[in-house]
Design a protein around this ligand. Structure first.
Ligand code: SIN
Length: 286
């Protein structure tokens, strides 16, 4: 059957823009299958000129990819625990912006997110882009020797620096006036995940580490771990493995959190940016 959507890859490794789809209405089975196939192939997909300002519509669109889930520490929308507003106000000058370090969402949980659907309600006239990194390409391009070492390792992840005792948001510090992030000792918990994860749907392997939440290899000290973690993080964000998305109001990004990292660029001081995220429930990495 001929395709009813367009899929335009953004780079040689990651990201594609999808056309011919209105996410505000139910998709036909074949359209939904094509969109899902593009999501798995390109790891992050983008849509323009969408209207998902109604929270139930955004959740319905997110269900094309997985089941919406509430996340800890960040205040959600009233009546919609699966949705968070990510806002930087003009007066939030000099503050860290939410999602501003390279990270994979909620890897401090036993079952990190499958992915997320982010919808832009208001964007600055310039800046505020989001970067995405392809962790499968990062894995594929390592030497066989390093691959085999990493396949035998696990790593420890914690929300300590974001949502625990070392939280950059502690006591309202760094926090946008329009967000509420509650750091608690629950954020200090350490969780162990394999360093190389096999994608449950595609069978492809990817690196499963990120500089925001990964603190060490399991059984290694932080000092022992740091040189190799630093190498892997630098390798993972090489230009060839990255795409950069320029938002307009009405743009949508859906990323596969099982094989990507992302980072929100903080280069629009004095302007407002408001995006809204539905997080999708994930499984235990293997
Ligand atoms: C996030 O990390 O979920 C937010 C990304 C963004 O605001 O671009």
């Amino acid at each position: 059957m001929s395709s009813t959507i367009s899929v335009t890859p953004l780079t040689g490794s990651i990201g594609a823009e999808i056309g011919g789809v209105d996410l505000a209405v139910p998709l036909s089975n074949s359209q939904a299958a094509e969109v899902h196939a593009a999501f798995l192939e390109h790891h992050v997909i983008f849509f323009r000129d969408q209207d998902l300002s109604e929270p139930d519509r955004q959740k319905a669109a997110a269900r094309l990819f997985g089941e919406p889930v509430a996340i800890p520490f960040v205040k959600s929308l009233a009546d919609h625990p699966e949705i968070i507003d990510i806002v930087k106000e003009p007066e939030d000058v000099g503050k860290y912006n939410f999602g501003g370090n390279w990270h994979t969402d909620t890897t401090f949980l036993e079952t990190p997110a499958l992915g997320a659907l982010l919808y832009a309600l208001e964007v600055p006239s310039r800046g505020g882009d989001t970067l995405f990194a392809d962790m499968s390409a990062a894995y594929d391009t390592l030497s066989d020797g390093l691959k085999s070492t990493l396949n035998g390792l696990r790593a420890l992840h914690t929300g300590k620096r974001s949502y625990g005792s070392q939280s950059k948001f502690q006591g309202g510090k760094n926090q946008s006036v329009s967000m509420q992030i509650d750091a608690t000792e629950e954020g200090d918990k350490l969780v162990s995940h394999p360093v190389v994860r096999t994608h449950p749907e595609t069978g492809r392997k990817s690196l499963f580490l990120n500089p925001n939440y990964t603190v060490s290899f399991d059984g290694w000290t932080e000092a022992e771990s740091k040189p190799l973690l630093d190498f892997l993080h630098a390798h993972a964000i090489r230009d060839e493995f990255i795409c950069r998305f320029r938002w307009d109001a009405g743009s949508v990004a859906v990323w596969d959190n099982r094989c990507t990292m992302h980072r929100a660029v903080n280069d629009y001081e004095g302007m407002r940016r408001h995006v809204r995220r539905v997080t999708l429930d994930g499984d235990r990495p293997h």
